[in-house]
Each structure stands twice: as C-alpha cells, then as structure tokens.
Design a protein around this ligand. Structure first.
Ligand code: NAD
Ligand code: DAU
Length: 335
C-alpha cells in the first residue's frame, strides 16, 4: 500500500510514521511536510531510511496532485495546531487548515484515492465542569477559537466532498494527545521542560479547565483501526477516558519530578478558553473493537517525562524562542 502522510514531521504524524514503519512493513510511506516552526525532520531521523520525505506545502496544488496521483491512501495530519497562536494570527490557520484540506480533497477526488482526515474534539466547543454529558459523533459543531473553527470548516469540506463527489473518506476527532516529540509550546511538554530547567509551571486562569488526555500511540492505533475497518463517510470520536484538570496534570508532573506539587504559578488566561472536553468513544470501541493501551495517565506521563529528560537535544533549541513568544503575547503571573 502506498500512503501519503501529510504533517509527518509534526508530533502526531511522526509518531504515526514510526508506528507504521514498525508494524506495517507492507506500507510505503511518503511524508509531505512544510517544516513550519512546528515540524522537525529530527523527529523522523529514526525511520529516515524507510520513508520518502517531501518538503512541501499542502496548499501547493501541482505538488499535491503529483503525490496523490501515485498513492493509494492519504492520511492528513498537517495543520496549524496551536490555539494560542491562532489568537495572535489566524491567517496561517485559514490557509493551511482550510485551503490545504481543500487542495487535498480536490486531488483525492480526481484520482479516487482513499482519504482519512485527522481532526479534533474542539470542533464541538466545550462543556461545563459539572455537565455529565460527553461529546458524541452527533454533538453539534460549536467551535470557539480560530484554530478550532478552521478545523471544523475542514471537517465540513470532507463531509461535503464525500456526499457530493463520492470521495472515499473517513474522519476522526480526537481529544488532547501527549507523548514523545510534542512541541514545547503545548501544555504537557511546556511544563515538563519548565521543571527540568528549574522554572515554575504556568497554569492559565484558575487551572480548573479539563482536558481528556490520550497517549499519542493510542490515537494512532485508532487511526489504523479506522483505516482497516472504518465505514466510508463515517466520523469516529477517539478518546481514552482521560479527563484531568490542568492543575492535576501540573501537580503530577511536579510530583513525578520530585518537586513540591504546589510549586507553580497562575498566569493570564487564554481568551475564549474552552472549559472542558470529554469524549464518548463508544462507536469506535463497539464497531471496530479498538481499546487504548495506555489506560493509566500517570504512567504515560511518567514515560513522557523520561523521554523529555533524555531528549533535550530535540527540544532544547526550541525552548527559548517558545517562551519568548509567550512573553511577547503578554503572558504574566497573576498569583
Ligand atoms: P503539530 O503542530 O505538531 O504538527 C503539524 C505538522 O504539520 C508540522 O510538521 C508542520 O510542519 C506541518 N504543516 C503545517 N502546515 C503545513 C502545510 N501548509 N503544508 C504541509 N505541512 C504543514 O500538530 P499535531 O499536534 O501533530 O497535530 C496533527 C493533527 O492532529 C492536526 O490536524 C491537529 O488538528 C490534530 N489533532 C491534534 C491533537 C493534539 O492534541 N495535538 C488532538 C486532536 C487532533
Ligand atoms: O483537544 C484537542 C486539541 O488539544 C488539539 O486539537 C490541539 O491541536 C492541541 O493543541 C490541544 O489543544 P489545547 O488548547 O487543549 O492544548 P494546549 O496544550 O494548548 O493546552 C492544554 C490546556 O492547558 C488548556 O486548557 C490550556 C492550558 N495551558 C496551556 C499552556 C500552554 C496552561 O494552563 N498553561 C500553559 O502554559
């Protein structure tokens, strides 16, 4: 099987490529990645001799056409992925998440290529902390940020291209991932690397916001379950029952690194900050028999801390610029 993986030098895409190389020797992988600030060729170094890497942009129509013509399946991870950045400058999000997805859809339509679209639970908006419900495949879309609204728009394009043009597509909407190779701008690696550098972790607002954490390998095994057995045209929610408040995450990181669990700061809140996400992944589990392997978030976090401890060569060069960008955006300690 010839597979085109967009965004394969990013966090989830790189982990997907590693797992696929290890577990699916019959798959020939081409990675298409623009190597934005979030992409890193080093993340693909362990599999460099087993894949083809194309440095290019998903909005480049002729390039995408060439690559899609010679492929059997496209798995589309590439995106501008960080909410905070989308508040500073939404344009790259519109360009990559909407125009990029459109460009891929037109190409898979032209050559009748199977397409899987990677999306996020954020398209559903947020839930109150005391709301007993969770997101399901039929929850109405209600995105809050420029990032999540462009992801929601891209999902809508996929649905329309499937219905109107018969594109053979599936979609998945996953909750917050953690694991190796995640950019230090994101919450979990930011706090781990802060503590490793002797800096106090930083909680937005009151720290009570809840995310539904899933290990990146569990996300990717679910993507493979959908590629293997998913129903064309269907959306699957991916989640591992990992609801945890941001404060609990920070306290656990501090504890696991042998520090006082209260040794953190509260900082300026994110405008429009979604309160809580929670996924009901019953459809994926019952229809496709998928189960997460990393059921214990604390153990997964411990393994992730060990990875960051051992790979300062990977994250160190990006840490200072990332923290400078947060400072420039006005982040300040509130208490
Ligand atoms: P990331 O920011 O770590 O990686 C994105 C990758 O896409 C980078 O390698 C970047 O260089 C590449 N890219 C960006 N714009 C491009 C363009 N125009 N052309 C080609 N390549 C481009 O993101 P991630 O966290 O790995 O997220 C991957 C996908 O998963 C995204 O679609 C995101 O919306 C979705 N998702 C992420 C999470 C999460 O918790 N991180 C959860 C659910 C869904
Ligand atoms: O839910 C899936 C989404 O998860 C993905 O679609 C996004 O691509 C991914 O970035 C992530 O979005 P979040 O905005 O939830 O992730 P982030 O890591 O930015 O923040 C997680 C939570 O932690 C959120 O409530 C904001 C908070 N936070 C974040 C940072 C960077 C802090 O309290 N302090 C911080 O320093």
């Amino acid at each position: 099987m010839r597979m085109l993986v967009t965004g394969g030098a990013g966090f989830i895409g790189a982990n997907f490529v590693h797992a696929t190389v290890a577990e699916r020797p019959d798959v020939e992988i081409t990675v298409l990645d623009a190597l934005t600030y979030a992409g890193n060729r080093e993340s693909l170094a362990p599999v460099a001799d087993r894949i083809r890497f194309v440095h290019g942009d998903i909005t480049d129509g002729p390039l995408v056409d060439d690559l899609v013509r010679d492929t059997d399946v496209v798995v589309h991870f590439a995106a501008e992925s960080h909410n905070d950045n989308s508040l500073g400058d939404p344009w790259p999000f519109v360009q990559t998440n909407l125009i990029g997805t459109y460009t891929l859809l037109e190409a898979v339509r032209r050559y009748d290529v199977r397409y899987h679209h990677i999306s996020t639970d954020e398209v559903y908006g947020d839930l109150e902390l005391d709301d007993p419900s969770r997101f399901t495949e039929s929850t109405p879309y209600n995105p809050s940020s420029p990032y999540s609204s462009t992801k929601a728009g891209s999902d809508m394009l996929v649905r329309a291209w499937t219905r109107s043009f018969g594109v053979r597509a599936t979609l998945s909407n996953c909750s917050n991932n953690y694991g190796p190779y995640q950019h230090v701008e994101k919450f979990v690696p930011r706090q781990i690397t802060n503590v490793l550098r002797g800096v106090r972790p930083r909680l937005y607002g009151d720290g009570r916001n809840v995310r539904d954490w899933i290990h990146v390998d569990d996300h990717n095994s679910a993507v493979w379950a959908i590629l293997d057995g998913g129903t064309i045209g269907r959306t699957y929610l991916i989640g591992a029952d990992g609801e945890t408040s941001n404060r609990e995450v920070v306290e656990t990181v501090l504890e696991l690194l042998g520090r006082d669990s209260q040794d953190f700061d509260f900082v300026t809140d994110r405008p429009g900050h979604d309160r809580r996400y929670a996924i009901d992944s019953t459809l994926l589990r019952t229809e496709l028999g998928w189960e997460p392997r990393f059921a214990d978030f604390r153990a997964g976090l411990e393994a992730t801390i060990e990875w960051y401890r051992a790979h300062e060569d990977w994250w160190g060069p990006r840490k200072d610029a990332t923290e400078a960008a947060y400072r420039a955006a006005g982040e300040a300690v509130t208490k």
